[in-house]
Every structure is written in C-alpha cells, then in structure tokens.
Design a protein around this ligand. Structure first.
Ligand code: C5P
Length: 232
C-alpha cells in the first residue's frame, strides 16, 4: 500500500497554482486539483501540472445518472489523472459505470474513490435534511462497503473514520483523508481534525493537506514537515 501527502491546490487560477508549484525545486508533491481550479482553467491545468511531473488527484466528486458519469469518467481518464472521485450516494450502478468509463485503451485506469458523507455534513443534518436515520459511522461504513462491492479502490473520509473503513472493507481498501492540521496550526473552518502522525496511526493511506502548507510562510518547509510527520 502506498502512502503519501497530497497538497490541495485550492487556488483560483493557473498562475497562482503554478507560482506555488514553482517553490518546489527538489520535490514533486502529489497534488489535488479541485472544482475551483478545474472550473476556472479547464482540462489544460491538469495536463500542465502532469507535464511538470506531479501526480494528480482530480477532486470533482461526480454524481449523476450512470451513463452520464461513465461518459464523463471516460473523458477524465484521458487527462491522465492518477486519482478521481465520485459520490457514493450515486448508487452502486453509478459507481460500476464510472469504473467502466475510466479504463483506458491500454487497460490502465486512475484510482477511483468514493466520497461517503462530506465531513461538513453533521449527523443531525443527515437525519433532518437527507432523511438518513442511521448514525454517521453506520452510514459511512455502509457507503464504503457499497463502493468496495462496486469495485472501487477506496474512499475519501474523515481521518476519524479511516479505521472504521479499514475494519469494514479490509486493509487494502484505500483511505484518503482531508482535515489535517499540525498540532500547533490553526483549525480554520475544519472541525474534526487530526495531526499527520495520528492520521497515519489511525489508518489514513493518503492525507490531503491545504492551508497548513499553501498558506505557510515557508510552504516547502511545511510540506517537508508534513511528510516527515506522516511517513515517519
Ligand atoms: O485547507 P485544508 O487543509 O482544510 O484543505 C482541505 C482540502 O480537502 C480542501 O480542498 C477541501 O475542499 C477538501 N476536502 C475537505 N473535506 C472533505 C472533502 C474534501 O476538506 N470532506
């Protein structure tokens, strides 16, 4: 099983993202391109970052009817992203269709992850607005199992849920966890946070880290600290 730190490139434009990447002269961090940067710059930003030698998690969280998701995944797999995702709430049929769409002509495909429940959704909102009466752990466990049964590689979840997912789906099922903070850094708007070291001990295979690195005075030093704490 691979382990790595994924840096969230939450920037509004390609020049901002590239100026940040230019700071890294020795390392080529694994990066996450989310909706903001992708919608601002389009597919070319993925090609450009790949050409610079980075691995990319394309965090677009697809959720639509199976045929539409399959077609969209076919297009995304041609961008040569290394990891992509969707919402497990789209059902197993949608997840299986996504997987089919992702397979490239040479038989390879990106890692496919499912979002179980967004970490911004509380159990109360899940019950009152989404009408899901099961507890958060039971919901996360059930959605993760659906993803595994559909053939997906893993899930994006809270670091607090990584152990539960591993328990339910096996040690080889990948866990990617945002909500990471150094012991001495600001929580920002994240409420359920963990340090890199605790995340690793708790079963996270990859951690997604944004502001503690992108907004640090010395982002390269912060990245190195994060790698050291996470990988030991
Ligand atoms: O700056 P910060 O470390 O909080 O960034 C976390 C990144 O992970 C952001 O890009 C955010 O959108 C993403 N994310 C998250 N919680 C989730 C899913 C994704 O924080 N449940």
């Amino acid at each position: 099983m691979k382990h790595d730190v994924i840096v969230a490139l939450d920037f509004p434009s390609a020049p901002d993202a590239c100026a940040f990447l230019d700071l890294f002269r020795e390392e080529k961090p694994f990066v996450k391109v989310g909706m903001e940067l992708f919608y601002a710059e389009g597919p070319r930003i993925v090609r450009e970052i790949k050409a610079r030698g980075h691995q990319i998690f394309l965090d677009l969280k697809l959720h639509d009817i199976p045929n539409t998701v399959k077609s969209a995944m076919r297009v995304l797999s041609r961008l040569d992203a290394d990891m992509v995702n969707l919402h497990a709430a789209g059902t197993k049929d949608m997840m299986r269709a996504a997987l089919e769409g992702l397979i490239r002509e040479d038989g390879t495909r990106p890692i496919l992850l499912a979002v179980t429940q967004l970490t911004s959704t509380s159990e109360e909102r899940m019950r009152n607005e989404l009408l899901i009466s099961a507890s958060m752990p039971d919901t996360v466990r059930a959605y993760a199992r659906n993803a595994r049964d559909a053939g997906l590689d893993g899930v994006v979840c809270s670091p607090l849920e990584a152990a539960l997912v591993k328990d339910a789906c096996g040690p080889g099922f990948v866990t990617v966890t945002p909500g990471i903070r150094f012991a001495d850094s600001a929580a920002d708007d994240q409420t359920r946070i963990m340090t890199p070291e605790k995340a690793r001990l708790g079963g996270s295979d990859y951690i997604v880290v944004g502001r503690p690195i992108t907004r640090a005075q010395d982002p390269v030093a912060a990245y190195r600290r994060c790698v050291k704490e996470f990988l030991g």
